[in-house]
Design a protein around this ligand. Structure first.
Ligand code: ATP
Ligand code: MG
Length: 179
């Protein structure tokens, strides 16, 4: 079913952060809901160069949902030049996405971590957010979120870890649930 593109009447800045599970999947839930109404969503993922994620595969079935990944598949302990370059490219694409006005929702997945690791500067993200068109929704996720971004956001939800089987049971990441 093809739904005509809609425009949001008022777009805000949302943040999902914290140590509990559910930040990326909350933003994907929002994306899923929005595409159902014909809104166009661009999720830009920082520090995630891994194509086996279910959302990457599923997005192929949703023409209004584009997911673009930056980074390398490995977990970063010490940031390398390539990590900084990839994060800068992600930020550049976010800027282009905002300027093009082709999307209604822009999700910057794990942007909070990219800032925390020093791959990108919080000032550049603030400048980007200032360019948000009134009809665009911007969602930021990440385990850590800079206080200035929490202050700028209109909606902030903290995912608080009460229990997580990776920690309490030594459970491994499961396909379809964690990736
Ligand atoms: P999800 O993608 O499932 O919504 P998330 O975005 O909240 O999770 P991230 O901080 O991006 O979580 O971490 C990615 C992975 O780490 C996910 O597979 C998630 O299940 C796992 N994870 C989340 N919180 C914890 C935690 N407190 N301890 C260990 N692993 C966690
Ligand atoms: Mg996440």
């Amino acid at each position: 079913m093809i739904t005509l593109r809609q425009r949001l009447t008022e777009g805000i800045i949302q943040v999902y952060y914290g140590k509990g599970k559910g930040k990326t999947t909350a933003s994907l839930g929002l994306a899923f809901r929005a595409t159902g109404h014909g809104f166009k969503v661009h999720m830009i993922q920082f520090m995630k160069g891994e194509v086996s994620y279910g959302e990457i595969k599923a997005s192929k079935n949703y023409p209004n949902l584009t997911i673009t990944q930056f980074g390398r598949p490995e977990i970063i302990s010490e940031p390398e030049k390539v990590d900084i370059e990839e994060a800068k490219k992600a930020l550049e694409l976010a800027k282009k996405t905002i300027e093009s006005d082709e999307y209604d929702i822009l999700i910057l997945d794990e942007v909070g971590i990219a800032i925390d690791m020093g791959l990108i500067n919080v000032k550049d993200v603030i400048e980007l957010l200032k360019k948000k068109p009134p009809q665009m929704e911007i969602v930021l996720t990440g385990r850590y979120m800079h206080p200035k971004l929490l202050e700028m956001a209109d909606l902030v939800t903290e995912m608080r870890m009460i229990k997580h089987p990776f920690v309490t049971q030594g459970m491994q990441a499961r396909k379809g649930v964690d990736f």
